[in-house]
Design a protein around this ligand. Structure first.
Ligand code: UD1
Ligand code: CA
Length: 458
């Protein structure tokens, strides 16, 4: 027996029950694919190396598995879980004296602390094989574990008799094998079963007949150990991960007012004393600072938010940066590549895209700023629009420090508004405006006295 082991993650199947064109294990839960979650868990157990068996949509799966210490092996045709392990035969042959941990890639909830006792049991008892089992209320779809006359075997749902189907102890799809015993048993597996596949689970019966030592680690963590085969099970898995994430954030001093109504992806980081009101969604690799307040229906994707920032209700922020002490919303839309500098205020129905919005600048109402550079302490009046697109190309608007843009202004880009310049309300600005000057570009108001109307003859 060896303390050193390799890991093999089976990810070549399509996942038919998932009814998707996409390989099941690529589907994300809380911002991470099932495969990545399994790899994260396995890597924490410190195997020498992790091999991923790929097949269906292998290029996409390989991309997802592109991590240090992880290598992919192709299974040309998907002929069952034992056949998948055979794809790694040449690698395993070189490591005969070690163990291999084999895991199905559709177990996104597994945690290292749940697998450690399995490794410990395997080493303590010097087993040839140790695998994970769990007792569930509804065992449908799983392999059932049968114990008789000191022998163990697993029968798959389709091949089970009605009485075998009643068994509630199931195979969780995690196995630790002595490589040399596994390699000896694999070629003896047949595909004479209802599915016509080579089942890895048949190795158990073979080793059992050979009187090899087999251990079963029965886990009590039912929820964590069962895999995901359907979309509904994926939604259930997301629920568990969400709960875990919110618990971890709470432990770090984050207030999540309503854990059942907040969606925070696994990679999101949030600082202490930040309050998350109900119905907030934070996705991707977003980082939120400390002492922030995120009000209801805020949706943040892959963005960075500083400290003491207030994001008011129904605001969407994508791939942008909000610096310290800024305030955004309600009903603002911050599109990719925007930086809102510290102390700035962005209010109702303001949209920004590819814009730097300077320190302590304000855009309180109903404006569009696209491809724009706004320096510090600028005031953007209600209804200001940067006309950045002429149908062919995008052009830039620059507004220098301290400028005042009157309400209802159109800035036709490319255009530059100088330092402390003042734009009269309702202007359509087509030319650069010099610093400290006043520009008004609107037609003059005409006013006439209304004459008495002649009465029409009937
Ligand atoms: C498998 C077990 C079952 C167990 C269950 C636990 C077998 C025969 N059955 O059933 O006893 O209760 O897991 O979740 O192993 N794969 C390949 N190549 C293939 C076929 C599958 O790489 O040719 C991969 C899949 O991508 C998947 C994993 O193996 O990640 C398991 O396959 P799946 O079809 O989900 O097996 P189950 O029917 O769930
Ligand atoms: Ca499965």
């Amino acid at each position: 027996m060896s303390e050193r082991f390799h890991a093999l993650v089976l990810a070549a199947g399509k996942g038919t029950r998932f009814k998707s064109e996409r390989n099941k294990v690529l589907h994300p839960v809380l911002g991470k694919s099932m495969l990545r979650l399994v790899l994260d868990c396995v890597l924490k157990l410190k195997p020498e190396k992790v091999y991923v068996v790929v097949g269906y949509q292998k290029e996409e799966v390989k991309k997802e598995a592109a991590l240090e210490k992880v290598e992919c092996i192709t299974q040309q045709k998907q002929m069952g879980t034992a056949h998948a392990v055979l794809a790694a035969r040449n690698i395993l042959k070189r490591e005969k004296e070690k163990d291999v941990l084999i895991i199905n890639a559709d177990h996104p909830l597994l945690r290292p602390e749940t697998l450690k006792p399995l490794l410990a049991l395997h080493r303590r008892d010097r087993n040839s094989l140790t695998f994970l089992s769990v007792e569930v209320e509804n065992p449908a779809g799983f392999g059932r574990i049968l114990y008789s006359d000191n022998k163990i075997r697993i029968v798959e749902e389709r091949d089970a008799t009605p009485s075998e189907r009643k068994i509630k102890e199931i195979n969780a799809g995690v196995y630790l094998f002595k490589i040399k015993d596994l390699l000896r048993a694999l070629p003896r597996i047949s595909n004479q079963n209802k599915k016509g596949e080579y089942y890895l689970t048949d190795v158990i019966e073979i080793l059992s007949q050979e009187k090899k030592k087999i251990g079963v680690h029965k886990s009590s963590r039912t929820q964590e150990v069962v895999g995901v085969n359907s979309r509904y099970e994926l939604a259930k898995a997301a629920e568990v991960l969400r709960e875990r994430k919110i618990l971890a954030l709470s432990d770090k001093g984050v207030t999540v007012c309503d854990p059942h109504n907040s969606w925070i992806d696994l990679d999101v980081k949030i600082g202490a004393d930040t309050t998350i009101y109900p119905s907030v969604i934070i996705e991707g690799k977003s980082v939120i600072g400390s002492q922030c307040r995120l009000y209801p229906y805020v949706h943040i994707v892959n963005s960075r938010v500083g400290n003491r920032v207030k994001i008011l209700s129904s605001t969407v922020i994508e791939e942008s940066v909000i610096e310290n002490d800024a305030q955004v919303g309600p009903f603002s839309r911050i599109r990719p590549n925007t930086i809102i500098r510290s102390g700035a205020k962005v209010g109702n129905f303001v949209e920004m895209k590819n814009t730097v919005f300077g320190k302590k600048s304000k855009a309180g109402h109903l404006s569009y700023l696209g491809d724009c550079e706004v320096e510090k302490e600028v005031n953007i009046g209600a209804g200001t629009i940067t006309c950045n697109y002429d149908g062919k190309k995008k052009s830039k608007t620059i507004i220098e420090a301290g400028a005042f843009i009157g309400s209802g202004t159109e800035l036709i880009a490319p255009v530059k508004i100088g330092k402390k310049a003042y734009i009269g309300a309702g202007s359509t600005i087509t030319k650069d405006v010099a610093p400290e000057s006043l520009a008004v570009a609107r037609s003059k108001q005409v006013e006439r006295r209304r004459g008495r109307r002649k009465k029409r003859k009937k």
